[in-house]
Design a protein around this ligand. Structure first.
Ligand code: 13P
Length: 250
């Protein structure tokens, strides 16, 4: 982390909650927000976005968990980036491994969704990460390079994208890479951004770590030189845990 990059602590609530739960969680996060230096972001299920928008204070950003690549049209069940923007979102997660696995999303789909986010004026949180088979066979950095090449739109910059490194095998499992392994991947991501998009993009882009981040391990992960925040699943469903992670930012 450097002073040039404000840490971002993002909660991906996934498919959890009800209107009552979401209201209480949003209020709990809002109450603690003035005490933390990091930027806070919550990403509720789309149906709960208006509820959360009404319950959040202005110090907490709101995001979607996914968007369609098209602006509007005959796409039953989908939400466009423009709709998320209209509902008060500033961010949208794209390319989460659960979308890649459950919905067959490819790098090309993810890139199109990130372009849609940019078109709508949203910051795209682009997710990448290796499987345990990739790591076991020494392919982690190659997989990361291929995902970056395929998923990140050409017009991305430090203002309109955040990259989240989420090893698939660490999500919801309680397992995490070593801090050295996380730093190695994050440094690689920044080097790829530098080579493809230049010094300013590399110096400014925020790189989040995701996968079983919790209050107990956040401090070490967030202290790494190229980790600029976290994308948190399970621990983002408790305001106290989410805020404790945010308070761990150096
Ligand atoms: P967990 O924090 O539950 O492992 O989830 C991480 C994640 O997938 C965030 O997008």
């Amino acid at each position: 982390m450097t002073d040039a990059r404000r840490p971002l602590i993002a909660g991906n609530w996934k498919m959890n909650g009800s209107a009552t739960f979401a209201t209480e969680l949003a209020q709990g996060v809002s109450v603690g927000a003035p005490g933390v230096l990091a930027e806070l972001l919550v990403c509720p299920p789309s149906v709960l976005i208006p509820t959360v928008a009404a319950a959040l204070n202005e110090g907490v950003a709101l995001g979607g968990q996914d968007c369609h690549a098209a602006e509007s049209g005959a796409h039953t069940g989908e939400n466009s980036a423009e709709m998320l923007k209209d509902a008060g979102c500033g961010y949208v997660i794209v390319g989460h491994s659960e979308r890649r696995t459950d919905h067959g999303e490819t790098n090309e789909h993810v890139c199109a969704k990130a372009e849609a986010a940019h078109r709508a004026g949203l910051c795209a949180v682009i997710c990448i990460g290796e499987t345990d088979a990739d790591r076991d066979t020494g392919k982690t950095l190659d997989v990361i390079s291929a995902q970056l090449a395929g998923s990140v739109p050409a017009a991305s910059n430090a203002a309109n994208m955040v990259i989240a490194y989420e090893p698939v095998w660490a999500i919801g499992t309680g397992r995490t890479p070593t801090n050295d392994d996380v730093q190695e991947v994050h440094a690689h991501i920044r080097a790829v951004v530098k080579a493809s998009r230049g010094d300013a993009a590399a110096a400014g882009v925020r790189l989040l770590y995701g996968g079983s981040m919790k209050p107990e391990n956040a401090e070490g992960l967030l202290a790494l030189a190229d980790v600029d925040g976290g994308l948190i699943g399970g621990a983002s469903l408790k305001a106290a845990d989410f805020l404790a992670i945010a308070a761990s930012c150096p």
